[in-house]
Design a protein around this ligand. Structure first.
Ligand code: GLN
Length: 460
């Protein structure tokens, strides 16, 4: 059932929140052992919440009354463990609740559990979780994508209608594409990051994963808005007057080397829009091809700084029987997995005084050029389409080469570098019959145009 329908039925009294939540918990218990999408189910808490919602007067239970929501394990919910799928924070209890969760609760949502992810949101396959990989519900031998793979798998398998993810370089959109669901990375600053464990603060955004556009739009409208607790939070400007008829851009230079079924699906999407009378225009994003390397320099640099607090003294795992301060640091920091260590080392190197000029500062300049590309292109068109990923979901253990994994973010990173919003919707299949994603980009705060374009592609 759609989240919107659950809320309507709970508000009218046709069904109780307790019935919905009991059913959801049973479904999760049945499906999760084979998927490993949830790291924890908040059973007792969820049933208590459902009871509270049922006690509220009819019609006043909120826009998400009784809707089961899963949250990625890097989003704080007071009193619950938030481990970032890391041994470093395995027992860390959230001391407060993230703004996004507060907003959901206010609208009657029930948080049913926390979802598995790549450790500290670093990865594209969920194989980097310290608590075992997540399986793709459409083929258990394949990855669900990452880093919000648990959230995408939880929605795709029908365990929950809504899950929150976080996206620093594609972590909502790529798993959404691999699992055949819908995911959005909102405009930077439009959704509060207060209570999201930082990976790279200049790129992180929280967003919803759902299985239909209407639910996605509703949840986004609830979680977005200015928050004084997040210094990069922005007030969404009132809607600009937009043209009645959309013009959709094709970044011809950026998508020139598409292969196999991805090329075919993209061509079909373009033809479909044309057949609906949508004007298609070629645009150029000359620097977008540098977004992935630029992203990895900048986000690793920020991560090396953000993750310094996990030293076992301020936060995180504390080793026993250490000799002295250096030994303490050395042993405490071993709680990080290999990918997190790699990024901290890469980031520390990029920021070091001897190399910052070659890497960090250069990457900042490239980021500016990427931003300008989008501003120029989005003067000519309302939205831009491109594939979400170069390929569909691969087998667990299949991709060992780190650079290949990094380049899988080729089409998603530009949105985080430019700060613009982007949405992934299922479109087409790969040679293994796994879903592919079509990605839609728009200008800052033009999320409504993303949904409008998505609805056109879906034939609504
Ligand atoms: N896959 C990307 C990475 O490994 C994106 C991660 C993210 O968006 N959190 O960095």
């Amino acid at each position: 059932m759609r989240a919107i329908d659950i809320a309507t039925k709970v508000n009218s009294g046709e069904v109780t929140a307790q019935e919905i939540i009991k059913q959801t918990l049973n479904t999760i218990k049945g499906k999760n052992p084979s998927l490993n999408a949830f790291l924890e189910i908040f059973e007792e808490d969820a049933l208590k919440r459902a009871k509270e919602i049922d006690a509220l007067p009819q019609g006043k239970k909120g826009r998400l009354a009784g809707v089961p929501v899963a949250i990625k394990d890097n989003i704080l919910y007071e009193g619950h463990i938030c481990s970032c799928a890391s041994k470093m924070l395995a027992n860390y209890k959230a001391p407060y609740t993230a703004t996004v969760v507060k907003k959901l609760l206010k609208e009657g949502a029930v948080i049913v559990g926390r979802t598995n992810m790549d450790e500290f949101a670093m990865g594209s396959s969920n194989e980097n979780s310290a608590f075992g990989p997540v399986k793709n519900p459409l083929d258990l031998t394949r990855v669900p994508g990452g880093s919000s793979g648990g959230s995408a798998a939880a929605v795709a398998s029908g365990m929950v209608p809504v899950a929150l993810g976080s996206d620093t370089g594609g972590s909502i959109r790529q798993p959404a594409a691999f699992c055949g669901v819908i995911g959005i990375k909102p405009t930077y600053g439009s959704v509060s990051r207060y209570g999201l464990t930082a990976f790279a603060s200049s790129a992180d955004q929280i967003g919803p994963i759902t299985n239909n556009i209407e639910d996605n739009e509703l949840v986004l409208s609830i979680i977005s808005g200015y928050d004084k607790k997040d210094s990069t939070s922005k007030t969404c400007p009132t809607k600009k007057q937009t043209k009645q008829n959309l013009t959709v851009g094709i970044p011809t230079d950026f998508v020139a080397n598409l292969e196999n079924e991805t090329a075919l699906a993209f061509k079909q999407a373009v033809e479909l829009l044309k057949s609906k009378g949508i004007q298609i225009k070629e645009v150029s994003l000359p620097h977008a091809k540098y977004a992935a390397p630029c992203y990895h320099i900048l986000t690793s640099s920020e991560a090396s700084s953000n993750l310094a607090r996990f030293d076992g003294l301020r936060y995180g795992y504390t080793a026993q029987n250490t000799k002295d301060l250096e030994d303490t640091y050395l042993k405490n920091r071993t709680a990080f997995g290999p990918e997190v260590k790699r990024r901290i080392i890469l980031g520390t190197f990029s920021l070091s005084s001897a190399h910052a000029g070659d890497f960090y500062l250069q990457a900042q300049k490239v980021r500016e050029l990427i931003k300008q590309d989008f501003q120029k292109a989005l003067k000519e068109v309302e939205t831009i389409i491109m594939p979400t990923t170069p390929n569909g979901a691969f087998k667990i253990g299949e991709v060992e080469d780190i650079l290949t994994l990094y380049l899988a973010d080729l089409f998603t990173c530009p949105a985080n570098m430019a700060g613009v919003p982007a949405l992934s919707i299922p479109f087409g299949k790969d040679k293994n019959n796994m879903p592919l994603g079509l990605q839609i980009y728009a200008n800052y705060f033009d999320e409504d145009l993303l949904y409008k374009t998505a609805a056109l592609v879906e034939g609504k």
